[in-house]
Design a protein around this ligand. Structure first.
Ligand SMILES: *[C@@H]1O[C@H](CO)[C@@H](O)[C@H](O)[C@H]1NC(C)=O
Ligand SMILES: *[C@@H]1O[C@H](CO)[C@@H](O)[C@H](O)[C@H]1NC(C)=O
Ligand SMILES: *[C@@H]1O[C@H](CO)[C@@H](O)[C@H](O)[C@H]1NC(C)=O
Ligand SMILES: *[C@@H]1O[C@H](CO)[C@@H](O)[C@H](O)[C@H]1NC(C)=O
Ligand SMILES: *[C@@H]1O[C@H](CO)[C@@H](O)[C@H](O)[C@H]1NC(C)=O
Ligand SMILES: *[C@@H]1O[C@H](CO)[C@@H](O)[C@H](O)[C@H]1NC(C)=O
Ligand SMILES: *[C@@H]1O[C@H](CO)[C@@H](O)[C@H](O)[C@H]1NC(C)=O
Ligand SMILES: *[C@@H]1O[C@H](CO)[C@@H](O)[C@H](O)[C@H]1NC(C)=O
Length: 540
């Protein structure tokens, strides 16, 4: 079953393989060991056991058919797996281009590396990045990007054969124009088409519409010697020779084809005196492509014509991006080199999912990721934004800046009063001495000190404490009341220097000083006197 995880399967049918009723089948139909539910990838993600779409019970299923999506282009093939002795075996798939029978899938080939100057196509689709796997039998077409400036070394069409490429991917060797005319380099061939039209084909051929005029310039240093042009077209007679103009005459050994005809089809090879060659494969063919009709919104096109080599150049208005190839060329296959592109509204990466926002405390107030739209942010309670609160979607498809971040709102450690302390020095959510929003701290004063101000304060969403911290001051405590009298003034605590008077009820007197002084150390100048019955007082 391992193999199957690589196949993006869509179940289409399995019923064909299922016995319709039990009774109709001979007994031995059920004697095979049943298989557990297969793990199949449904459009790329593996289905969970039991969730498979066809049925939950696989006890009597001997064969599962599905549509496999094979290779980088997602070619659809009917595939199946079979239950044999309790094991799923397969997959077997039908290749219409072969004989239409179910056959084992041979191993894929991986394209590990693409030479930077090499253009690789598979079924006329460019393969831009390495790492792609190709099914057995896949044939790649390769050519060097700059036709004539690099020479292809190796087989141009490697094929995948059960996990192995039939030949190494070719490489592109620089020619004289790129090596400062070293003698060991193949000669560069510059192609000029003063009239007519041509297309460079995926296989590296130069396809030309009949009637075109071509100049192939073999670049070589005349001081070293003269190169030589040869060609394979049997009837061809071509003018060759050094260019005439002063600035070209020492470098360009030219072959000219006037009014190209299909008989000119063939390989044109320039060989240096040392026998080092470079070639152009020419195909002359009167191909027309379908006219391009643009019905898509916003898309505009400038078409040269429908002849081989003609170009169609597409554009999108401001605020749109072109999706696909902007320049198409009519190719020898009679097809344009790529499908007609689309204009897509410029969109910035969406931010409307928690994953895209990334930051758990960041919240979206507004979200419009079209060009010109904006996204506005806020933070969860207890957090504040750092950075601009909004960003705009720019023409490039990028947001105007990075996402803001939410940082926790914190209050600084409160100032401790002299002779005071916190009842609890730790609070939940504390971070390096700073307090989270909502933290409550309580103060206490030492010894004779009394708290003045708020005994507890709260860290607010502004990042400030709800109140200033209290003071701890030396105070005389309320001393109490004498029997048959009272003290004046009555306070919770008294400042040093305050005087306290003891007032006795009518008929009672104090036997000592009737006023007390609150002293600097928070003690009263004397004990609380008592009020005694006037008449029973004995004087000595
Ligand atoms: C799988 O892909 C097909 C075609 O793209 C689609 O119709 C189908 O809904 C997809 N199924 C699942 C489960 O995603
Ligand atoms: C070619 O010559 C130029 C100038 O002399 C030099 O800068 C360049 O590196 C040379 N290139 C090669 C491939 O040798
Ligand atoms: C398409 O063609 C135009 C005009 O010939 C050219 O300026 C542009 O660079 C080409 N773009 C691409 C992607 O080849
Ligand atoms: C690819 O293009 C070639 C000619 O360039 C043509 O013969 C062939 O049919 C095309 N293949 C596909 C799959 O379109
Ligand atoms: C998004 O912003 C663009 C540009 O300002 C505007 O045209 C479009 O109507 C907005 N979309 C929504 C859904 O508000
Ligand atoms: C847009 O973002 C991409 C990817 O981050 C970057 O490569 C590109 O340079 C950016 N474009 C502009 C115009 O800033
Ligand atoms: C009584 O106490 C006050 C201070 O409260 C002091 O000024 C005064 O001298 C005292 N008088 C006597 C008789 O001790
Ligand atoms: C004070 O004492 C006398 C004699 O002992 C008594 O008669 C009087 O009622 C007392 N006064 C008060 C207010 O208790």
């Amino acid at each position: 079953m391992r193999l199957l995880t690589k196949i993006f399967a869509i179940f289409v049918a399995s019923e064909a393989a299922l016995p319709t009723t039990r009774a109709k089948l001979p007994r031995d139909e059920f004697s095979f060991d049943s298989c557990s539910p297969p793990q199949l990838a449904l459009n790329g993600s593996e289905t969970e056991a039991g969730e498979t779409r066809i049925r939950k019970e696989f006890n009597h299923v001997r064969e599962v058919k599905f549509s496999g999506s094979i290779g980088p282009l997602g070619e659809q093939r009917l595939c199946k797996i079979k239950c044999i002795a309790g094991q799923w075996v397969g997959p077997l798939c039908i290749d219409q281009q072969d004989n239409g029978r179910f056959q084992p899938l041979f191993r894929n080939c991986k394209l590990e590396y693409i030479n930077p100057h090499l253009l690789v196509t598979f079924r006329n689709v460019s393969i831009l990045n390495p790492g792609v796997t190709f099914p057995h039998g896949a044939k790649l077409h390769t050519r060097c990007k700059e036709l004539g400036l690099y020479k292809l070394l190796g087989t141009a069409t490697p094929q995948c054969q059960n996990g192995q490429w039939s030949s190494r991917l070719p490489s592109c060797v620089p020619t004289t124009l790129l090596t400062n005319f070293t003698e060991d380099a193949p000669p560069s061939i510059l192609i000029r088409i003063p009239s007519g039209s041509a297309s460079t084909e995926p296989g590296g051929e130069l396809a030309v519409f009949p009637g075109s005029t071509l100049h192939f310039e073999c670049m070589f240093s005349r001081r070293v010697g003269s190169p030589d042009w040869t060609w394979t077209s049997p009837l061809g007679q071509y003018l060759t020779g050094w260019a005439i103009a002063a600035e070209e005459r020492d470098w360009k050994y030219r072959l000219s084809i006037y009014y190209a005809k299909s008989q000119d089809t063939g390989t044109f090879t320039c060989a240096t005196p040392r026998g080092i060659t470079n070639s152009i494969m020419l195909v002359v063919t009167a191909i027309h492509c379908e006219p391009i009709s643009v019905t898509r919104m916003h898309l505009s096109v400038r078409v040269e014509g429908t002849r081989l080599g003609h170009k169609a150049i597409f554009q999108c208005p401001m605020g749109f991006v072109l999706s696909g190839e902007a320049n198409l060329t009519c190719q020898a296959s009679g097809k344009w080199s790529a499908p007609v592109p689309k204009c897509e509204l410029v969109k910035c990466p969406p931010l409307d999912t928690p994953e895209n926002l990334g930051e758990p405390h960041l919240q979206l107030e507004e979200h419009n990721n079209s060009y010109g739209g904006r996204s506005v942010f806020s933070c969860a309670w207890g957090y504040k934004l750092q950075g601009p609160p909004g960003i705009e979607c720019e023409l490039s498809g990028n947001w105007s800046g990075p996402l803001p971040v939410c940082i926790p709102i914190q209050c600084p450690p409160p100032v401790l009063p002299l002779n005071g302390h916190l009842i609890q020095s730790e609070a939940p959510g504390m971070d390096g001495g700073r307090y989270a929003v909502g933290s409550l701290v309580q103060f206490a004063c030492a010894g004779a000190h009394h708290l003045e101000g708020e005994a507890s304060i709260i860290c607010t969403e502004t990042g400030f404490w709800s109140h200033p911290p209290p003071f701890c001051r030396v105070k005389c405590s309320y001393i109490g009341e004498p029997e048959n009298g009272y003290v004046s003034p009555t306070k919770f605590a008294y400042d040093p220097g305050d005087e306290l008077n003891i007032v006795c009820n009518e008929g009672f007197v104090t036997n000592s000083n009737s006023s007390l002084l609150c002293m600097q150390d928070g003690k009263w100048s004397s004990e609380l006197p008592s009020c005694t019955n006037e008449t029973s007082t004995t004087y000595t």
